[in-house]
Design a protein around this ligand. Sequence first.
Ligand SMILES: NC(=O)c1ccc[n+]([C@@H]2O[C@H](COP(=O)([O-])OP(=O)(O)OC[C@H]3O[C@@H](n4cnc5c(N)ncnc54)[C@H](OP(=O)(O)O)[C@@H]3O)[C@@H](O)[C@H]2O)c1
Length: 342
Amino acid sequence: MDTLSVASSSVKAALGQHPALLTLAAIFLCHRLLHNLRRRRSRILPRTRERVLVIGASSGIGRAIAHEYAATGARVCVVGRREQQLNEVAAECASLHPTPTANGATGTSERILHVVADFNNVEDMVALREKLENEWAGLDTLIVSAGVSALRPLLEVAGLEQRGGAFYPPHAAAEGIKRTVSVATAAIQGNYLGPLVSAVTFIPLLCATSPAPSVALISSLAGVIPAPTRSIYASTKGAALLLYQSLAIEHPSVAFTYILPATVEGDFRASAVDGGTVREADPSKHGLKRVAVAKRCLRAIDHKEKAVFMPALISRVGHYLYWVFPSFVERAAAKKYNYTAN
Ligand SMILES: NC(=O)c1ccc[n+]([C@@H]2O[C@H](COP(=O)([O-])OP(=O)(O)OC[C@H]3O[C@@H](n4cnc5c(N)ncnc54)[C@H](OP(=O)(O)O)[C@@H]3O)[C@@H](O)[C@H]2O)c1
């Protein structure tokens, strides 16, 4: 008999001898089941009535999320700065589910919207909100997927090289420090201020017009586990994560979800605000699949899950391990990013 069979017969024997235990287990299971059913958003908001805004949908994870929602009949508004890519995404979404929506909306023009906008630009975001109010009379789901990468060690951005423990030149010049500030400012805009502007612009609209308002932030594992060469990226992603976690407490009627993926396939690193190069194993070969991240995101939003780590087990374990055994995780991170401190 294998270990599993031994364990299951011991549990059965214990429950047989203690009917009270059996009753308690049954009550617990029913409670969990009812709790999960009650939490399901689809009970009050069927997909075909759902109005979804995806900011950062012209490529990557946001594009895959837009496809998933469009395919199941939701109304989807895709947003980004690159018009041509957005036109393509809108056409793809429209072709995925061309049937009328449940509330009688016909054709694809109203169901799929695309808006060229920069999520750092307040006027763009206010115009986007007005469009959603006019076209859909509100919003149910806000997904903030837009973000920018930064890939170089901080002092390298400032123009310093480290050899044998010494810096060359020995100090950062004023010009180098200013360059570091402008790179950090671009990352703050792309990873922190954009999510902040999106939250301030859309939370009141979500609360006023949706029976089940929801906000999802595509964060990153880098926002909770530090890594070399990611000081600017990780700190700006971490700031946005804490912002949204705090907003979740300030707005309990809105369900907040945070997706924390490890490396994902695609061209994200090409947007690096510091012009850095990829140091880890090829993300397109070794990264998570965009579609898998998108599907997990929809499931998490539908079930009102809070933090979703991807891959689930290893990322969560890494997160906890960092607080009890940081040097182990630091070594692993240095290895992953092929980084040697000189
Ligand atoms: N790829 C990864 O390995 C990875 C891992 C963990 C977390 N993430 C996170 O996942 C999110 C999406 O990354 P991805 O892999 O899908 O990268 P991506 O393909 O480069 O997509 C980024 C999206 O953000 C949009 N965007 C960037 N700045 C914007 C701005 N100012 N205003 C409006 N839209 C803007 C881009 O559109 P436009 O350029 O057209 O504006 C694009 O649609 C990011 O937040 C990233 O931090 C990525």
